[in-house]
Design a binder for this molecule. Structure first.
Ligand SMILES: [Zn+2]
Length: 272
């Protein structure tokens, strides 16, 4: 995943997984004098929630002496998640937030000159996402989300998920054992209801059938490998509006932002 001279932007939300990831990468990085870590926090503009996470993230970075950069939806897109959640939406707030956060992280990583973008997705996240995509019937996304996708254009900062095979219980244990501050309150805009149900189901299954989360996650990787080079797997290209990598003409984030712009009052400023 990493080279000795990588500049690694670590997506730091301030939750237990990202704090764990940052600490582990920090320990590793000390052995590689040419490598550099930069923590990247996205401020989605969620009042009563995000400011606490930002100050906790800052505290962790100060402790570890890691540079901490914050990018905000407001600054990048001219809209906050509180604005998004307050409008009449086709999708749940989490769906917009996920797409815009991904774009903000990519932009932040580009600004700090990162050669890799590390996110703290754990095994539970991966297995849940796999089943979620299956339940949505989103075959393209199943193949696209895989780590083995090698069709991204050169402008794309490669994303790595070092904790993708580590169960959530273990990242949580690590976070508690390291006594680092992390945020525990849930987002006020709620959560993806179906993902929550899948999470409960997977935890029940895992208790009775050890290793089932690994098997699901690995199955998706193998499916993606099998689909390599087939027409079901669409190659990435540059978005016509923002140049970010997308399997379509216009990326999902630009489509969403264009919808917001079409409504009175929204002030979409494209990232250039
Ligand atoms: Zn775009």
């Amino acid at each position: 995943m990493l080279r000795p001279n990588d500049i690694v932007a670590v997506a730091l939300s301030g939750g237990k997984d990202s704090v764990t990831l940052l600490r582990i990468l920090w320990k590793l990085e000390r052995r590689f004098p040419l490598a550099r870590l930069i923590a990247l926090t996205v401020d989605e503009g969620i009042s009563g929630y995000r400011s606490e996470a930002i100050s906790m993230s800052k505290e962790v970075c100060d402790q570890l002496r890691i540079e901490h950069v914050v990018v905000s939806f407001d600054q990048l897109f001219g809209i906050t998640m509180d604005d998004v959640a307050g409008r009449q939406n086709e999708l749940q707030p989490c769906s917009y937030c996920g797409v815009l956060r991904r774009k903000a992280l990519n932009e932040g990583a580009r600004r700090v000159g990162a050669t890799k973008l590390a996110t703290a997705h754990n095994l539970d996240d991966e297995a849940q996402t796999a089943l979620l995509n299956v339940m949505h019937g989103d075959v393209e996304r199943i193949l696209q989300d895989s780590q083995t996708n090698t069709k991204a254009p050169a402008s794309f900062i490669p994303r790595i998920k070092p904790l993708a095979e580590v169960p959530e219980r273990e990242t949580a244990l690590y976070a508690y054992a390291s006594a680092a501050p992390f945020q525990t309150i849930p987002c006020p805009h709620g959560h993806n209801a179906l993902r929550g149900d899948i999470r409960v189901m997977l935890n029940r299954l895992e208790l009775k059938h050890r290793g089932i989360k690994h098997t699901i996650s690995r199955s998706i990787e193998r499916l993606s490998e099998t689909a390599e080079g087939t027409t079901r797997r669409r190659a990435f290209q540059a978005c016509k509006l923002c140049s970010d990598p997308t399997p379509n003409d216009i990326c999902e984030a630009c489509l969403m932002l264009r919808t917001f712009k079409a409504e009175a009052g929204a002030m979409y400023r494209p990232v250039l």
